[in-house]
Ligand binder design. Structure first.
Ligand code: FEO
Ligand code: CA
Ligand code: CA
Ligand code: CA
Length: 607
């Protein structure tokens, strides 16, 4: 079937059925391979992985745990070399350490190993000639290879909140330098060749909030840092290895996480930065597009039930080209700008009853506007300074009445159309008890399966302050009447649940990966056209092994390779190194890893 234009390229692969296999499944005509996995060498001198003798020093040179975001940045014009940039969101100590004694029983060295397994990796890849397969370069110099960790990597704070009283600590009295990054979930590749990474659930690393001053407690609680007890359940015990995670001793340390991180993988000596101008919340990720007038726009989600969608518009304009001057300029674009939060108005609010039934106008849709929170050093929120708004952005969103969404995960503009796609993963509390009721953008009570939101900025200008929105996909089993697939014949679409990450292929098709499939089968990766007659024809492209979520995904610019991160394989209650719930990928204990998939005949993926 011929392509009929941008975003409507025919996806001709035969969808794979839902399954519960402990393996990675791809369509007929495709192959796949593990590119790199937990413990593989990244830096020169990395020791061979030793399950029974893990150290922070070794892990700091090896590929980290729980790979999430994946970016692949070309190193040459021939498509032979590339840089793989990956987030390591968190650790499953019970699946990492043999004889796991509980977090309280881990040695300080083991806790420091877990800290080193967090962060990011940069790995030089080479293509297996004539295919879509990629492998780490394992000979000769690899000057770009890098590990960023929670343990020791230094970050500069930029923007209006840098140096503010909220960010000063005993170790950093100027409030401008942070050690480490935490819980890096999704991210994005910028038009100037850097990578953005979202610090998400940083709350779980801190204890001692019970001792905080009364006026600070509501701020900590709003970010999920429990003030009810000294050692909240679920905390990671890192204060045993580094006292800065104890807020009774270092009360501002938690404010130094929850930012968007920017790393320049082409400059291995460069210090990564945390951009305060982009606000502080449980950042899932950030994806950038250059607006018509040259300002750059970053779209972002705060992954929490009833939290918000945001966008940032830079003060300065993007400079084209690869000159040293352009590069230096573009590296400053995210340091100053305007931060907005989304308010979604509804066209059929009165008809929404929480059942997922389409309103009589045939669509979940409406108009919306971006509410300005802060611009440079100027706050637009009553009673909050710019530094307050940027450091406690959730509270600013509350004050201006932003729309409470069903867990906004990845938010990504199509670079071909400028339209923006949001994965709203689920919200089992929607409309339950005293929680906010279903609305047109979040139309189901106790929403188990999530939905995809499409946002079209007015005049197709990504810097616009007003937009139109609709839900092209309301997820679930297509036989469930509360699902919607852009009006496409539901007998022909794949079941999907809990969308998390989104990406685009070179023809503009939307790819969606899932986390926490509430239909009972394994998580996976799906693709659909978003324009033309095939819009809504969603098909499952791969599934990941037992207990894993599907992260990434990333489709290379030549459309020949699909990368996914297999995160937390075997993460099932009661599993351990000795008694793994998944044997992926080596047949023994489970290891997170990055996978590449390609078409055996060398053709474009998906089609
Ligand atoms: Fe780390 Fe919101 O997923
Ligand atoms: Ca995610
Ligand atoms: Ca994405
Ligand atoms: Ca998720």
């Amino acid at each position: 079937r011929p392509s009929t234009g941008v975003g409507s390229g025919a996806l001709t692969f035969k969808p794979i059925p839902p399954n519960k296999l402990d393996t990675l499944v791809v369509p007929n005509g495709y192959d796949h391979a593990v590119v790199i996995k937990w413990g593989d060498p990244v830096l020169p001198g990395a020791p061979e992985f030793n399950l029974h003798h893990q150290t922070a020093a070794a892990q700091s040179k090896q590929f980290g745990y729980n790979n999430d975001f994946v970016g692949v940045l070309p190193l040459d014009k021939q498509g032979r070399r590339a840089l793989l940039v990956v987030n390591h969101e968190y650790t499953n100590e019970d699946l990492m350490f043999p004889g796991f004694p509980g977090l309280d029983g881990l040695s300080v060295e083991q806790l420091r190993t877990a800290m080193a397994a967090h962060g990011m990796s940069v790995v030089e890849l080479e293509r297996v000639a004539g295919t879509g397969q990629w492998k780490p370069v394992d000979k000769g110099p690899r000057p770009y290879n890098r590990r960023v960790t929670a343990l020791s990597t230094k970050f500069d704070l930029t923007g209006p909140a840098a140096g503010s009283a909220w960010l000063k600590t005993a170790a950093d009295p100027k409030g401008r330098t942070v050690v480490g990054t935490l819980n890096n979930c999704a991210g994005g590749v910028t038009p100037w060749g850097t990578v953005l990474s979202g610090e998400e659930n940083f709350n779980q690393y801190f204890v001692g909030a019970d001792a905080a001053p009364a006026e600070l407690k509501p701020k900590l609680d709003r970010y999920g840092i429990s003030t009810a007890s000294r050692y909240p359940s679920g905390s990671r015990k890192w204060e045993r290895a580094d006292e800065r995670f104890d807020l009774t001793k270092h009360p501002n340390e938690a404010h130094r996480f929850g930012w968007v991180v920017e790393i320049d993988p082409f400059d291995p000596e460069s210090r990564p930065r945390k951009h305060t101008a982009m606000g502080r919340f449980k950042h899932e990720g950030a994806n950038v597009i250059v607006a018509k007038d040259g300002h750059v726009v970053a779209y972002m989600g705060d992954d929490e039930r009833f939290d918000y969608l945001y966008k940032f518009v830079s003060d300065k304009k993007f400079m084209k080209g690869n000159s040293w001057a352009a590069r230096k300029h573009n590296l400053t674009l995210l340091e100053s700008g305007t931060l907005y939060v989304a308010k979604l108005d509804q066209t059929s609010a009165a008809e929404i009853d929480g059942s997922g039934k389409l309103p009589t106008d045939g669509a979940f849709n409406g108009r919306g506007r971006w509410i300005k929170l802060v611009s440079g050093n100027r706050s637009f929120v009553d009673g909050m300074t710019a530094a307050d708004v940027l450091t406690f952005t959730r509270l600013a969103g509350d004050k201006v009445g932003a729309t409470k969404m069903d867990r906004p995960e990845d938010v990504e503009p199509s670079l071909l159309t400028g339209k923006v796609y949001v994965a709203l993963t689920n919200n089992t509390n929607r409309g339950v008890g005293s929680n906010p009721k279903a609305d047109e953008a979040n139309p189901r009570t106790a929403n188990k399966h999530g939905q995809i939101l499409e946002l079209v900025e007015d005049r197709n200008d990504n810097a616009s302050e007003t937009f139109a929105w609709s839900l092209p996909i309301v997820c679930g089993d297509p036989t469930d009447p509360s699902t919607f697939f852009a009006g496409y014949d539901k007998s022909k679409v794949s079941p999907i649940s809990c969308p998390d990450n989104v990406a685009f292929d070179a023809t503009g098709n939307l790819w969606i990966s899932t986390d926490g499939n509430a239909l009972g089968s394994n998580d996976g990766l799906f693709a659909t056209a978003v324009e033309g007659p095939e819009r809504g024809h969603l098909k499952q492209f791969l599934t990941v092994p037992l207990g894993a979520e599907t992260c990434g995904p990333f489709i290379t610019g030549d459309n020949r390779s699909v990368f996914v991160a297999v995160q937390h394989p075997g993460e099932i209650t009661g599993a351990s190194v000795e008694n793994p719930a998944s044997n992926w990928p080596d047949g023994d204990y489970a290891k997170p890893g990055v996978v590449v998939t390609w078409r055996l005949d060398g053709g474009p993926v998906g089609s």
